[in-house]
Design a protein around this ligand. Structure first.
Ligand code: ZN
Ligand code: ZN
Length: 250
């Protein structure tokens, strides 16, 4: 299993980058997790959009779905040009069905619930409702015994940390600095992240959904004060493999 950071920002993308979007590759199966603002432009430099098999959407905040709306157009054009052979499979947590796709002929919609179990070839996916201000699912993807967990957006949540326990790769949101605890409300500060890391005990931890201000290196310093587990900041096109290798492509 290989995980690539496509977009690492919360709220809106920094210049030339994207908000939440992550590519997971299990052999030839290509999965996108969240499709934030700017993500397709970034992704197009790496892979052919027609090769994306599956999309998982954690919640319907715009910084996680903005480019999902344009991905449906890419799926339509690629299908018309016979570059896309199969429907794009979109699994989304949208209990109120606020999102509608214009081209159901090219997209197969699969509503998710916290109790959903999705099996794609040898990949097993389970979900956990996070502590956020709209319905949001964290995801645990297991493939050949290798485990990747994505927290999506959440405030501190001990049960979510239990759900993520033992992950090989733990991709966690970190929206605020430690000193901002009073305003973090529906997101994690670096202190929250560290406390959850002590429960998760992951082999690799990556901080994402980052703030647009301050010195981001401080997030890592603050995490280090509360845990002995190492963490890194997400960077564009950074890849992680289960074997513990981290390659900085940029
Ligand atoms: Zn967000
Ligand atoms: Zn959100």
């Amino acid at each position: 299993m290989k995980v690539t950071i496509i977009g690492r920002w919360g709220a809106y993308p920094a210049k030339g980058e994207a908000t939440a979007c992550y590519l997971v590759e299990c052999d030839d199966l290509k999965i996108l997790i969240d499709v934030g603002s700017g993500s397709l432009s970034q992704l197009g430099t790496l892979i052919d959009l027609a090769t994306i098999d599956v999309v998982f959407v954690s919640h319907i905040h715009a910084d996680h779905i903005a480019d999902l709306m344009t991905l449906q157009y890419a799926a339509l054009v690629d299908t018309q040009l016979k570059r896309r052979k199969k429907k794009l499979q979109v699994f989304l947590y949208d209990p109120e069905a606020s999102i509608s796709f214009e081209f159901p002929d090219v997209i197969e919609r699969h509503p998710l619930q916290p109790s959903s179990k999705v099996v794609l070839k040898e990949l097993n996916c389970t979900f956990f409702e996070t502590n956020h201000n709209v319905p949001t699912l964290a995801m645990r993807l297991q493939w050949k015994g290798q485990v990747f967990v994505y927290t999506a957006d959440t405030a501190y949540c001990e049960k979510l940390a239990q759900f993520a326990k033992g992950a090989d790769i733990y991709l966690t949101e970190c929206s605020f600095y430690a000193a901002q605890q009073s305003i973090a409300s529906t997101h994690c500060t670096s202190s929250d992240v560290a406390k959850m890391m002590n429960i998760v005990k992951a082999k690799q931890t990556i901080l994402t959904h980052l703030p647009h201000y301050g010195e981001q290196k401080l997030l890592i310093e603050e995490v280090k004060q509360l845990t002995n587990y190492a963490a890194q900041l997400a960077k564009p096109f950074m890849t992680m493999t289960i074997k513990g290798e981290v390659n900085h492509a940029l």
